[in-house]
Write a protein that binds this ligand. Sequence first.
Ligand SMILES: *Cc1c(COP(=O)(O)O)cnc(C)c1O
Length: 372
Amino acid sequence: MHLETIAVHAAAEPDGVTGSVAPPIHLSTTFEHGPASEHIHGYSYIREANPTQTRLETALAQLEGGEAALAFASGMGAGSAVLQTLAPGSHVIMPDDVYVDFRNLAKEFFFKWQLEHTVVDTSQIDQVRAARRTSTQLIWLETPSNPLMKVTDIAAVAELAREIRAKVLVDNTFATPILQRPLELGADIVLHSTTKYFGGHSDVQGGALIFAKKDEHSASVDNNRRLLGAAASPFNSWLVLRGMRSLACRIRAHSANAMAVARALSTNPAVEAVHYPGLPSHGGHDVATKQMSDFGGMLSIRIKGGRERAIQVASRVKLFMNATSLGGVESLIEHRASSEGKGSKTPENLLRLSIGLEHPEDLIEDLQQAVA
Ligand SMILES: *Cc1c(COP(=O)(O)O)cnc(C)c1O
């Protein structure tokens, strides 16, 4: 079945009691059980599992093509749960251009969790090969990466990981399962900040993990979520599922708009560089063409003249909103180094753009006048 169809129909059976076509939101924190706590209706307590979250997880697993999925309160909650299941002494390979709060988490918590890590440019496969140790348990990928839009060859890294029996996690937030299929390329775990494209309307926070295999490892991550408490709320699960229904068609429109914006800016003399994997000039274009069906709605640009000029451009936009986050219907712009704050490695002349669902000509006109 095609992804568009799965996105609409996965876990979309009508409510068993009322026949409602839109799914119910079960807000109940507790479920009737038997006198000896028998789970007679399949549920017991909201944090362990709840029907709305289960419906979302069933849909996520089907759309991403995994055996199991877990919904979380946030993308950070999802990523932390994977890291916390690693045994003390484990070694993790992390990308240099990783989502800033995962870099901050590594810096502040890996020591306490007794994890070691090596930061490499994962788009350079030799660097991944050289960073491997016998203790390497996890190779973390983010492709395309936030905010430099670096592209990593998922299948090539999965092969290197197999040789040392390490797992590969891919943060698929930017691409979504519509454009990129990490589990089919050999990855073990997919991570999403569903706050972004899954929700799609800048109004819900969530995270998700999808596992190639439902096994001891996925069960231990589930146990971590239960005890550390980063489960998704029923209402947020419902909103993420609602967003998922239109994900495929939104992503196609985001991608087409972003391509038009990237092309237009790439010939603007005030722009030093456009980082968009859909442009043939992008270093990762060939790999992206191989492993993605389109290039997504995110891009970043470097402005000639440095930090002050970049901030000036951000201050001049009329249609774009100066705001962080991404994946909503409205186009957003931000001076990423300022937003990331301490610990940022992002170039000072870089602006990150989340291209929304407006008409691309209006977006291009707004950016051209701001950049001029
Ligand atoms: C936003 C984001 C995250 C973190 O997700 P939250 O839902 O904000 O916790 C992780 N990875 C990427 C690529 C992101 O853009």
